[in-house]
Design a binder for this molecule. Structure first.
Ligand SMILES: N[C@@H](CCC(=O)N[C@@H](CS)C(=O)NCC(=O)O)C(=O)O
Length: 215
């Protein structure tokens, strides 16, 4: 298969629309001006139907010619290597970008996703609330002193961090003005708006296809 292909589900329920992580890869391609296409695997039967591409039955995964990758963070690193717009080429800028990409996934999302899950399942004051608050407070201090996480300009680290932080429940948890301004700044970028609309349109088209098949 030639060219960059971002794989996502053919359909998802309304709740996760706009947040399915193929958006991270679409967004990076748009920022970098990398041509890509989007293809799908079935949502129904995901537990078993594409384990060769993504061993947990999830999306996204990426193909680039003969190369195949799963994990949105790994896919983002792959794209960041292709474009200086996503990651500076000087060693210090690259190191700063990589460390903040890992921080987004391994220090913030690692807490925020289980915390979000517990709050969504009727446990707003759960065992992770203190941990979550601490992490967000620490990040608020960082973001109070800078516009961007790395290299004094937008990088893939901001794309990933803002994507982790833009979840409604996370934004509404406490008052952190620097973080809120940061999320707004990053998600105001035209590339984000485009890929968000594209993902919503993708799943709306899937609804229409399902409705036509049922009628
Ligand atoms: N760590 C993975 C997480 C992927 C993930 O959670 N994907 C969600 C969609 S955003 C999914 O496929 N959920 C369906 C499932 O887990 O069955 C990554 O960043 O790629």
């Amino acid at each position: 298969m030639s060219g960059l292909i971002i794989w996502t589900y053919d359909w998802v329920p309304k709740g996760p629309r706009g947040f399915v992580r193929d958006l991270r890869l679409r967004w990076a391609c748009e920022e970098a001006g990398l041509p890509y296409s989007v293809r799908t695997v079935p949502f129904d039967g995901r537990e078993t139907n594409h384990l060769a591409q993504q061993p947990f039955g999830q999306v996204p995964f990426l193909t680039d010619g003969d190369l195949k990758m799963f994990e949105s963070g790994a896919g983002l690193m792959h794209l960041a290597r292709k474009s200086e717009k996503l990651m500076p080429r000087d060693p210090a800028g690259e190191a700063a970008t990589l460390q903040w990409m890992f921080a987004a996934l391994n220090s913030i999302e690692m807490v925020s996703v289980p915390w979000w899950f517990l709050t969504m399942t009727g446990q707003p004051d759960n065992a992770l609330t203190g941990w979550m608050g601490n992490r967000l407070d620490q990040l608020e201090k960082v973001l109070g002193g800078r516009q961007w996480l790395a290299a004094d300009r937008f990088t893939a680290a901001d794309l990933l961090m803002a994507d982790v932080l833009r979840v409604g429940k996370v934004r509404a948890f406490g008052d952190r003005p620097a973080t809120e301004a940061y999320v707004t700044r990053v998600t105001d970028r035209p590339a984000f708006k485009k890929v968000h609309a594209d993902q919503m349109a993708h799943f709306a088209a899937a609804d229409a296809k399902r409705a036509a098949a049922d009628s």
